[in-house]
Structures are given as structure tokens and as C-alpha cells.
Design a protein around this ligand. Structure first.
Ligand SMILES: *Cc1c(COP(=O)(O)O)cnc(C)c1O
Length: 360
């Protein structure tokens, strides 16, 4: 067994899926498993979601979809970034993958394709994020060209993506949904725009399909809240052990750069985790860890393999005790905030040193 382990709970992902269905009761739910299911293990998560009859799965890239198909996952799968090359189209059809169409170049590739078969497509419209998607002026042409293709299942479906859905007082979300409705009102296809933040905070945006990533893994997509506020459970709990207990006297420094100085005599725990495992190096002094159910602050810089924890004077911590870095009892959202990032990033950045242990 590895020193640092990510316990991943199958029942938690199933519960969170059901909870997201409850929060978007009129919509189908696309469970987003890109980037190895945000670091949780895509195949295992897909298997569990199949068991609870998931409506569909989303991945970013073709290779991620092929990995799921090779593992026997038969649920609908949507490629959120679409395909990149003409030769990809054959595989989309062979493996029954739905694809996003975000550019006129992709439509040209479909027009030139000699392949027989049926492809379910989602026309992605840029409604203000200015990342992936067709401009408003291209939508009519794109729709008409797709609609004429034998290979494309009709009606064509539509999607877009929010830039600011996590900010409750930002009216950009309302403007994006307005722009979306304006562009698709003539058409019959299914509609999808909501990510986790919009599922939690903007019920008017749910439409035919919602797409949830981070909340499926138990985290809030809304600033200042945690998954528990929305009835979600953390799926991943990251753990390590205490490898040394040390005494420190007032005035002594800790760690690289001597950035932390003890104000009083006390005890430190050295725990076996660092940025070499994916723990954020920029986690500030004060970031909590959980040992025997109690929170203690990390002090000094995070090193590659170790972190020091301030136990104060009266602690009951011993060598070998289990340390929770995030998950059950310590929301990943909180650790992300201490590290000036988001829960998505800290989970995805775990390295190969961390062993994922699946539990029920
Ligand atoms: C990743 C992704 C999602 C899921 O986003 P969350 O914030 O994790 O819910 C939804 N839609 C698209 C297009 C995505 O790429």
C-alpha cells in the first residue's frame, strides 16, 4: 500500500448523482468524467454510475471515451471538446460516441466523410465565454449544413457553456442564457448549458440536459459554500500518516526559507505528503489537516515529500496516526481556498505516487 492514499467512495458518487438528479428534476444528467474523473478514476466511477443508470457520461477527449468503451462502459458518452481530425469520425461511429461540433471546420470534415452510420451531435454556441463554440453569426449556416448530412442524427442538439455561473450576483449568466435562447428558439433539438454551479444556483438554466462534474465528486461549485450545503458527500478522502513527532522551542524556525517561527515551545508532527504527491505547494501556513478527528494547522512551506503540522502543547498525536488532508470531515473546497485555487485543481493534480483505493 502506498504512503499516501486517496480513498474513493463508490456509494458517495452514486448518492451525489442521485442528489444532482433531485436538484435538476426535469433534466437528464450528464456525469462528467474527464481528466480521469477529476482524479478519481474514470473507469471505476463510470462502472458505478452505470449501476445507477446514469443518463450519460461526458469526457473531454476521444482517448478518454475510448478508455471507457474498452472497459465495457455502454452508457451514452459525449465528447465535450468534439473531434479534431477526419479520421476520428470513424471511431465516433464505431464506438457510438456523441460529439460536440464547435467549428465550421468540423462540419466540413463531416461533409467530406464517406462513412456510413449515425452520429448524435451537439452544436456548441459561444454565448460570451469566447472559448469554444460557434459565433452567433455562424449558427444558422452550421445548423443547415449539419441538417443536410445523412450521417448526422436529426434534430441537431444545442449547447453552450457559462463563464460566471459560480458568481451568484453576476448578471453575465442571465445574459448568456438569454443569448442562447435567442439563437436556438427556432429549432427542435435538445438543449444544454448548465454546469454544476448552474445546477446549484440557476434553476432556470437546467433545460433538457445538465452537465455535472465537480458536484458529482461532492464539492460545491459556488464560492463560500461546501458540498454538504447542497446535500453532497465528498467522494475522495486523501490520507497519509504521521512519520515523526518533534519538540520545538520558542523562536525556532520551520522548513525551507525559515518562513515560520514558533511563538511558544510546543510539538510538531511531520506528515508524509508534499507537492510530489500533488498536495498544493502554495497551501499557506494555517491550512488545516485532520488527525484523530481534530484540526491542526500546517506551518512553514510544503516540501516535496513532507509537511510540518503545529500540534501545540497538549496534543495526543503519535507516530503512525492517520492524517486526512481533504475529504471526509475536511472539505477539499477549504484546502483549495487556503491554496488560492479551486477544488478541481487539487484533486486533478494528485501524482502517480498516490494510490487510489476504492471502497463501497
Ligand atoms: C468540465 C465541463 C463541465 C462540468 O463542469 P463542472 O463545473 O465540473 O460541473 C460541463 N460542461 C463542459 C463543456 C465541461 O467541459
Amino acid at each position: 500500500m502506498s504512503t499516501v492514499t486517496a480513498l474513493v467512495s463508490r456509494s458517495a458518487i452514486a448518492d451525489n448523482y442521485r442528489q444532482m438528479k433531485k436538484l435538476a428534476p426535469k433534466s437528464k444528467v450528464l456525469a462528467v468524467l474527464k481528466a480521469n474523473a477529476y482524479g478519481h478514476g474514470a473507469v471505476a466511477m463510470a462502472r458505478e454510475l452505470m449501476r445507477v443508470n446514469v443518463d450519460g457520461l461526458g469526457v473531454a477527449r476521444l482517448e478518454e471515451a475510448l478508455e471507457l468503451r474498452a472497459a465495457g462502459i455502454t452508457s451514452p458518452i459525449l465528447l465535450l471538446e468534439g473531434f479534431a481530425e477526419q479520421s476520428d469520425i470513424t471511431r465516433l461511429i464505431t464506438y457510438q460516441l456523441e460529439t460536440v461540433i464547435h467549428s465550421l471546420e468540423q462540419i466540413t470534415m463531416l461533409e467530406q466523410c464517406q462513412q456510413q452510420g449515425r452520429l448524435k451531435v451537439w452544436l456548441k454556441i459561444d454565448t460570451g465565454m469566447n472559448r469554444l463554440g460557434l459565433n452567433s453569426s455562424e449558427v444558422v449556416q452550421a445548423y443547415q449544413r449539419l441538417n443536410q448530412l445523412e450521417i448526422v442524427e436529426t434534430p441537431v442538439n444545442f449547447m453552450s457553456h457559462f463563464a460566471c455561473a459560480d458568481e451568484l450576483d453576476n448578471d453575465f449568466t442571465a445574459r448568456q442564457i438569454q443569448a442562447f435562447f435567442e439563437l436556438v428558439k427556432e429549432y427542435d433539438g435538445q438543449l444544454s448549458i448548465a454546469n454544476s454551479a448552474a445546477i446549484l444556483a440557476w434553476p432556470d438554466t437546467h433545460l433538457d440536459w445538465v452537465r455535472t462534474g465537480i458536484s458529482l465528486y461532492g464539492c460545491s461549485a459556488i464560492e463560500g459554500k461546501t458540498g454538504a450545503d447542497f446535500g453532497l458527500r465528498p467522494v475522495m478522502t486523501l490520507q497519509t500518516k504521521v512519520i515523526a513527532i518533534k519538540s520545538i522551542t520558542q523562536g525556532q524556525y520551520v522548513g525551507y526559507g525559515s518562513t515560520w517561527q514558533a511563538k511558544t515551545d510546543g510539538k510538531l508532527a511531520v506528515i508524509a505528503v508534499g507537492y510530489g504527491d500533488g498536495y498544493p505547494r502554495h497551501a499557506k501556513t494555517g491550512t488545516p489537516v485532520l488527525i484523530n478527528g481534530k484540526r491542526y494547522p500546517i506551518v512553514g512551506r510544503v516540501s516535496m515529500d513532507m509537511i510540518t503540522v503545529d500540534l501545540g502543547q497538549t496534543s495526543q498525536v503519535s507516530c503512525g496516526d492517520v492524517v486526512t488532508l481533504w475529504g471526509q470531515g475536511l472539505p477539499a473546497e477549504e484546502i483549495a481556498r487556503w491554496s488560492d485555487t479551486i477544488s478541481y485543481e487539487i484533486m486533478i493534480k494528485l501524482t502517480h505516487r498516490v494510490e487510489i483505493l476504492f471502497e463501497d
